[in-house]
Design a protein. Structure first.
Lengths: 511, 358
């Protein structure tokens, strides 16, 4: 099977073509202003290496486009929020904890109406269809077509959100509706926030996928294409366009998955060292471990499927205080090519110390010959301590595990780290992201509270539902494997209630 | 004696209250948002010295009751806490001079503020636990053997219940818990009203000041890049018990409580040792290499080693770098009556209470 993986980063667009697990071609081109011509150029190059036999079966694209839109507060569309939760929560309306500038960029129209459910599936109060209809008419009159709908305990009982969506569609036929239960977990504010971010990215999702589609066509590729997701899986582009939030962390995720592929390891820690920061993540069974806690995106609290990443203020451009030897947290960032000592600048950075120590050859080594070897040694020790500490914090077991170093600043990672069985380096790390994209599979997840069932029954039920979700997303049923099972009994709630989270994964089903 | 509680104090109060919650009491995030919004509307809360109460003043004791998980979906609205106070006033036929929280630990620390901001009444600078505990009989008022009734309970759907009488604090806990479960495991309550005399005699005093200053100390230490854990210890006269990394968390729900244990592997001075923290909603007993070394009512707090933030029993997870600290308990809780109510045996541990501060 031939697949192409493309990683559209802020600076470069990388593409690879693989056949099975063999890399046939790879290329790096600058990311273009319009993004798409870069994609087209990269894809045209690898498509030229397809050769005889099967054409490309699938194209997987990873992009930071959606995250950037939220961070830059740009390219977002106006949205409406309908929350079905009255008489609860009236004092904390949707978006009440968003940063002002982001809220202004989204300029929401907000409605709170009656309805929702309890944890045990009984209605909180009856939903009133006329309230929804009235809200829908006001939304229509305001010319808004992207709407987020949330309801209390909707991850457990989806009924209110689903019914409200039908009513809204009867008033606004071309409405693009995000239902909170399809994205988030228990925690109304955080789940609603995810739904609203998703709603604000609807138009961008559509135009982006359309542009990718055009780029594919112009490159002469007719295969179906997918967007990579936060969890290391892919979704068909049209499905992904409706859920841009699921692509937020696909960059680090693809880099971790690519590192796994290049090293042949499926259980390892990965450190991706950039210019300003590094991210440490954990690969379990070839997939990034998921964060089970609040993740802030552009200043908004969210709780949904995101990789568990620990950022450290350590990168190739991190500034070292020549007096105290303190490392960071500030960095010269992209200005490293003019400001770092080895590149003719006057700022001492981690890269300068690495050059002085002979860890890497970049710039002009003569410009750091004046550094006291003791100072260089002490700085490298401090870097080792920073890495060791964060590495240990992210480890999932007391045993030694391998650490894979990727990214442009990977030379900063020492060969010996306490708690690491070995430190591996990935050559052509730039291709790692594109490879990670190309290798992606399809997943299904369930995160629900079950009550009145034994633990085994609850786990079995959750697993079956997760499998159905994966098949619905395009996985072949025969290939499904259970990746994670986690259950937490819930304090105070009667009936042996427990929250069960199950994730399964499988290969893409090709028809 | 009244003093306005400034908006700048909200964050410190929440931070300090979460630490004093000793792992339970619920994360104060939602309550903090609510209070900020009331302040944004121009409402302000006055804090009253408990000693300024007249003996026959009436004081409302408010709390949100129920499961923290439900609170994450059914976001509480200050209207209902205020309503619980009004229902009680109607029943008693007399007005409350002031309002206090049943516990300073966790989100309920802000409950009195929310009711007070709505009703324009002052908050008493006191609570009935000096920390957080899961049950009604675990309060200073219960230790003082004060009347446990009446109690008002308000649900969002216009269901209002008054428990007019109960045979004991435990019966009050059982009956009110039943009602709370029936309305969805979350409700606003106004506990048995207290007289000014009772609050002066049996309240745990100045805990709002204590929580706010504790929180401010942590926030300032973070801003200065100082060690926030050390700041907590210095501020409270606490003791560091252990520093390490969480290597195991086991949880189970029995009898309506979250029970379990967290195992921490030592680092630095504690390398080679393990600490096991047993919990029932809150951290209850700390075992070092199998030996009990600290226990309730001493406050056991699990803090993030870097940020000094409290870590709850529901959110602790593998890999976290943590420091276990003990803070002194309010004196009343370490008396024989206090230990009978909230000592290790009240949580099912057959251990004699020994304070790490004795």
């Amino acid at each position: 099977m031939k697949r192409s993986g493309i990683d559209v980063g802020g600076t470069n667009t990388d593409a690879v073509l693989i056949d099975g697990e063999k890399i046939i071609a790879s290329i790096k081109v600058p990311t273009t202003q319009d993004v798409m011509s870069g994609v087209k150029a990269a894809l045209s190059h690898v498509a030229g290496h397809v050769g005889a036999g099967r054409p490309i079966d699938a194209v997987m694209i990873g992009t930071t486009h959606f995250t950037n839109a939220v961070v830059e507060r740009a390219r977002l569309e106006r949205v409406a929020a309908i929350r079905i939760a009255l008489p609860t929560g009236a004092s904390l309306p949707p978006m009440c904890d968003w940063p002002d500038d982001l809220r202004a960029a989204v300029d929401p129209l907000i409605f709170m109406v009656h309805g929702g459910h309890e944890y045990d599936g009984s209605p909180l109060v009856p939903m009133i269809p006329d309230e929804i209809r009235e809200a829908a008419m006001k939304i229509r009159d305001a010319g808004i077509t992207s709407i987020a709908i949330s309801a209390t305990f909707s991850p457990l009982t989806t009924e209110c959100e689903v019914k409200a969506a039908e009513i809204v569609r009867s008033v606004i036929p071309d409405a693009r509706i995000t239902l909170s239960h399809t994205l988030g977990r228990i925690g109304l504010l955080e789940r609603e926030n995810v739904a609203l971010l998703n709603a604000a990215l609807q138009a961008l999702g559509k135009t982006t996928v359309k542009a990718f589609s055009d780029a594919l066509r112009e490159a002469g590729v007719t295969a179906p294409f997918y967007l990579t997701q936060n969890d290391g899986t892919v979704a068909l582009a049209d499905v992904a366009a409706a859920n841009p939030v699921h692509s937020f962390a696909s960059g680090p995720t693809n880099s971790m998955r690519g590192a796994a592929f290049l090293t042949g390891l499926s259980d390892a820690m990965v450190i991706d060292v950039g210019g300003t920061t590094s991210d440490i993540g954990c690969l379990v069974g070839g997939f990034p471990r998921e964060a089970n806690n609040i993740v802030h995106i552009g200043g908004v609290r969210t709780l949904f499927r995101m990789p568990d990443l620990l950022p450290i203020a350590l990168g190739g451009g991190t500034i070292i205080d020549p007096e105290t030897g303190k490392i960071g947290p500030r960095s010269v960032g992209y200005r490293i090519l003019t400001e770092a000592r080895v590149f003719g600048g006057n700022t001492l950075t981690t890269s300068d110390v690495a050059v002085a120590a002979g860890l890497i050859e970049i710039g002009d080594r003569d410009r750091v010959r004046d550094l006291d070897p003791a100072f260089v040694k002490a700085s490298l020790e401090r870097i080792r301590d920073m890495v060791t500490d964060s590495f240990d914090q992210m480890k999932t077991s007391a045993e030694d595990v391998p650490l894979i170093a990727v990214g442009g600043g990977a030379f900063l990672i020492p060969d010996k780290i306490a708690g690491a069985s070995e430190v591996l380096r990935v050559e052509n790390a730039g291709v790692a992201n594109a490879l990670g994209a190309a290798m992606a599979q399809v997943s299904g997840e369930v995160d629900q509270v079950f009550s009145g069932l034994s633990r085994d029954e609850a786990l079995a039920k959750a697993e079956a539902e997760a499998q159905n979700a994966a098949v619905a997303s395009g996985a072949s049923r025969e290939s499904l494997k259970t990746l994670e099972v986690e259950d937490i009994p819930i304090a105070y709630l009667p009936g042996g209630a427990r929250r069960v989270r199950v994730r399964v994964i499988g290969d893409i089903a090709f028809n | 004696m009244l003093q306005e509680f400034s908006e700048e104090n909200i964050e410190p109060l929440a931070t300090g209250a979460w630490i004093l919650g000793t792992g339970g009491g619920g994360n104060p995030y939602i309550s903090t948002l609510n209070l900020r919004r009331l302040y944004a509307e121009g409402r302000r809360v006055q804090v009253m010295d408990p000693m300024a109460l007249d003996d026959d003043d009436m004081v409302a004791v408010v709390s949100k009751m129920g499961a923290p998980l439900v609170g994450q979906e059914r976001l509480s609205d200050p209207v209902h806490l205020a309503r619980a106070v009004e229902v009680m006033e109607d029943y008693l036929g007399k007005p409350f001079r002031a309002i206090m929280s049943v516990e300073i630990g966790g989100s309920n620390a802000l409950s009195s503020f929310l009711a007070a901001a709505m009703l324009g009444r002052p908050v008493v600078n006191a609570d009935a636990m000096g920390r957080a505990y899961p049950e009604a009989q675990m309060t200073s008022f219960a230790i003082g053997n004060l009347p446990m009734y009446p109690l008002s309970l308000v649900d969002v759907r216009d269901n209002e219940v008054i428990v007019t009488r109960a045979a004991s604090w435990k019966w009050m806990e059982r009956i009110s818990r039943k009602v709370c479960t029936e309305v969805g495991s979350t409700a606003a309550t106004c506990k048995a009203p207290r007289t000014g005399r009772e609050v002066k005699d049996w309240g745990i005093h100045y805990t709002i000041t204590k929580a706010t200053e504790l929180g401010r100390t942590v926030i300032e230490a973070r801003a200065r890049h100082d060690d926030p854990v050390k700041a907590v210890l210095d501020h409270e006269g606490g003791k560091q018990l252990f520093r390490g990394k969480v290597i195991d968390v086991a949880r189970e729900t029995t009898g309506g409580f979250l029970r379990g244990r967290t195992v921490i592997e030592g680092i630095d001075a504690d390398r080679g040792s393990r600490m096991e923290l047993a919990f029932q909603n809150e951290w209850a007993v700390a075992f070092r290499d199998g030996e009990p070394v600290a226990m309730t009512p001493d406050l056991l707090c699990l803090l993030d080693t870097i940020s000094g933030s409290a870590i709850g029993t529901e959110s602790v997870r593998y890999g976290q770098r943590v420091t276990v600290v003990a803070l002194p308990a309010p004196e009343l809780l370490t008396t024989p009556a206090g230990i009978a109510a909230v000592g290790p045996r009240a949580f099912g541990y057959d251990i004699d209470f020994r304070s790490v501060f004795s």
